[in-house]
Design a protein around this ligand. Structure first.
Ligand SMILES: [Zn+2]
Length: 491
């Protein structure tokens, strides 16, 4: 288990003292520092230990005429998970001008490593205590998630960590929290965030935009986008608001836009109810004409350059797989990418595609031509391969073979139950294996060893289960050559 649990023994000491009738009004002198990481095997300094965040209240000011200069004032509400005499936040760059804990200036504030802000409050914090830390900061956003747009605007999208680039955070998907954004920009500019808009107010020559996402959100899925957006709104059939924002120069295609409710309804039919209270798109252009890849920013994915059907399906499938049910750590990337990519194939199947003879056959042909194709494990692929293309391509094939192994009822039944059981939380790949074995009543050890934990082409019984048997060359099937589909993969 992560180092965060290391200090548990001290609780025993406290309880013993209480049992002995000793009244303790302060935290024992044995309170220990929180750690600089939450325990991710690939990103040891991401997140922090010693507390769980319940809410971020992020205030920023940004003037596109002075690009790459941000003023921030962020309050983090959290609950301690140990007695803490100091704790870390993740924040990259910036001058930090003031830090208070529960309204009292911190005893000391220091910086460590690439993005650690170490805060020592005047008094140690007892375990299971709510506290708030307010950080005021300004300067250049230098973290990798911050992007400057062609006209001076900006947006945030980055994986596996992006919050660090613009507000102090426990920047790891395993600590999800509610999120409020208040952003002030010169009048004429628009700010788009996650979730639902609050009041917009204008004061002389600035305008302040407010957004809130009340469902727990992983920090890398939080976003801000500042541009001279064209904003178009509509509703899902149940009244859920849709907010689509287009940067200048990006293509507004009403037909594509009208497809979003259809996509969300389709995905809901496969995965269960849409998990969030708003939807939409942030369509941006990068300043160098290329820009960051699309990202499944919660409730409102960010698209680069255009709002395309394949990426629309992929990024919105992530609202279930990755956003509502988030990874426990970055070994679990397949829980997000394998499913988001396979959702594209499900969408084509709805249009009449035969996935066995189209998608699966063409992927087999691609894999034959690419010796690297099978070499990445889908669970725990290794540091630096956490978002390997295998998760998209080998991963979507794996899910199709899994579906043919257990049958449609067990496969889709598992997906819906997975969503229901882990909604708004975190889960791990081994939990998914256990659930589908339970639902299907099948021992899938061999299948998962071959497809998920192996690094070579699966043996035939796992590669050609059920109706896929007709694709086995040994079965003597001489089908027509399938055309490989070029799939646009975002993140
Ligand atoms: Zn993705």
């Amino acid at each position: 288990m992560p180092a965060r649990w290391k200090h548990r023994r001290r609780i025993t000491t406290l309880s013993t003292a209480v049992a002995a009738g000793i009244v303790l009004t302060t935290v024992p002198a044995s309170a220990a520092p929180g750690g600089s990481g939450i325990g991710d095997p690939y990103f040891p300094d991401d997140g922090n230990s010693g507390y769980d965040v319940s809410r971020y209240d992020v205030h920023v000011k940004y003037d596109p005429a002075r690009p790459r200069y941000l003023e921030g004032d962020t309050t983090v509400q959290a609950v301690t998970t140990q007695d803490l005499d100091s704790f870390h936040l993740d924040l990259e760059g910036f001058q930090v001008s003031a830090v208070t804990v529960d309204g009292v200036p911190a005893r000391s504030v220091s910086r460590e490593g690439a993005h650690e802000l170490v805060v020592t409050p005047v008094r140690p914090l007892a375990k299971n205590t709510g506290f708030s830390v307010r950080v005021r900061y300004s300067g250049e956003p230098t973290g990798e998630g911050w992007h400057t747009l062609a006209d001076g605007g900006a947006n945030v999208s980055g994986e596996p960590h992006a919050a660090t680039a613009w507000y102090p955070a426990n920047d790891h998907p395993s600590d999800k929290a509610a999120f409020r954004l208040t952003a002030t920009v010169p009048t004429g500019w628009t700010v788009i965030g996650n979730g639902q808009p609050g009041a917009t107010t204008t004061d002389r020559d600035t305008t302040t935009f407010r957004w809130h996402e009340d469902r727990p959100m992983a920090t890398f899925l939080s976003t801000i986008a500042i541009d001279k957006f064209t904003v178009r709104t509509s509703k899902l059939s149940d009244g859920t608001p849709i907010i689509n924002a287009y940067s200048p120069g990006t293509r507004i295609d009403p037909e594509r836009e009208a497809q979003l409710p259809e996509v969300l309804n389709f995905l809901a039919s496969k995965f269960g109810p849409y998990p969030f209270s708003s939807a939409g798109a942030i369509v941006i252009a990068g300043d160098d004409g290329s820009g960051p890849p699309s990202l499944e920013t919660q409730s409102r994915p960010t698209y680069h350059g255009g709002f395309f059907d394949l990426s629309m399906v992929h990024e919105n499938a992530h609202q279930w797989f990755g956003d509502s049910v988030s990874l426990s750590d970055w070994r679990d990337g397949c829980l997000a990418e394998c499913f988001a990519q396979y959702a594209i194939e499900l969408w084509y199947e709805k249009q009449g595609d035969d996935l066995d003879n189209g998608f699966y056959r063409s992927m087999l042909e691609e894999s034959t031509a690419d010796p690297e194709f099978w070499t990445t494990k889908l669970y725990d692929p290794g540091q630096g391969r956490e978002l390997d293309s295998a998760l998209y391509f080998k991963g979507s094939m794996m899910l199709h073979a899994l579906r043919r192994t257990v049958g449609d009822a067990a496969f889709f039944g598992t997906l819906k139950r997975w969503q229901r059981e882990h909604r708004y939380g975190n889960a791990s790949w081994p939990q998914f294996e256990a659930l589908i074995e339970k639902v299907s009543g099948k021992d899938l050890t061999g299948f998962f060893s071959a497809w998920v934990h192996g690094t070579t082409v699966p043996e035939k019984k796992y590669l050609f289960p059920g109706s896929l048997g007709s694709l086995d060359p040994a079965a003597g099937h001489a089908g027509a050559t399938a055309t490989a589909r070029t799939t646009s993969s975002g993140s």
